[in-house]
Design a protein around this ligand. Structure first.
Ligand code: SF4
Ligand code: SF4
Length: 169
């Protein structure tokens, strides 16, 4: 029967020679390959002391952004949650009260905003869906944790520090 591709290989069914039965040629061949790799540049690194640079298109942990005056940009419109294919985002909206204009940019804001990092696949759809430039994916990743609840990131974890807090440091 004619083969569909030319990749088929005939199986060698000859009886093994004495040297092959001793497995010595195969052992020496394997050791030669091992020694060859000893003097080659290592392809592994000593993480976490050494870290590889991320790719320019790397998408990591989400950040909730503020405007130039330090006010929260998120208006709790829910578009990021709708766009999220993993249903990882939940939020609760609240009305901005008089006197809170310095805290929230819009009349509505996210009183609660959570991302479940165990669900997130870091696709970046939330960033693309956001009309307020309020959420974006940074160049870091969620650190390991022993408990599932440690992967539920709330506003405290996601919101970038207020610019004035940075000035006082
Ligand atoms: S990166 Fe993708 S999966 Fe993760 S929260 Fe955003 S939309 Fe959802
Ligand atoms: S992060 Fe953006 S898309 Fe998501 S609720 Fe806030 S404003 Fe809307």
């Amino acid at each position: 029967m004619q083969a569909l591709t030319n990749r088929a290989k005939a199986v060698d069914r000859r009886p093994m020679s004495f040297a092959e039965k001793m497995y010595l040629p195969a052992i020496f061949k394997g050791m030669a390959i091992t020694f060859k790799h000893i003097f080659q540049k290592k392809s592994t690194i000593s993480y976490p002391e050494q870290k590889r640079p991320f790719s320019p298109v790397f998408r990591g942990l989400q950040i909730l952004n503020r405007d130039e005056e330090g006010r929260e940009r998120c208006t709790a419109c829910g578009l990021c949650a709708v766009a999220c294919p993993a249903e990882a985002i939940t939020m609760e909206a609240a009305e901005r009260k008089p006197g809170e204009e310095h805290l929230y940019r819009e009349e509505k804001y996210a009183a609660k905003y959570e991302i479940n990092m165990l669900r997130c696949i870091f696709c970046g759809f939330c960033e693309e869906a956001c009309p307020k430039d309020a959420v974006y994916l940074s160049e870091t990743f969620a650190p390991s944790n022993f408990q599932r609840k440690g992967f539920i990131y709330g506003k405290d974890d996601l919101l970038i520090p207020h610019p004035k807090d940075n000035q006082t440091k």
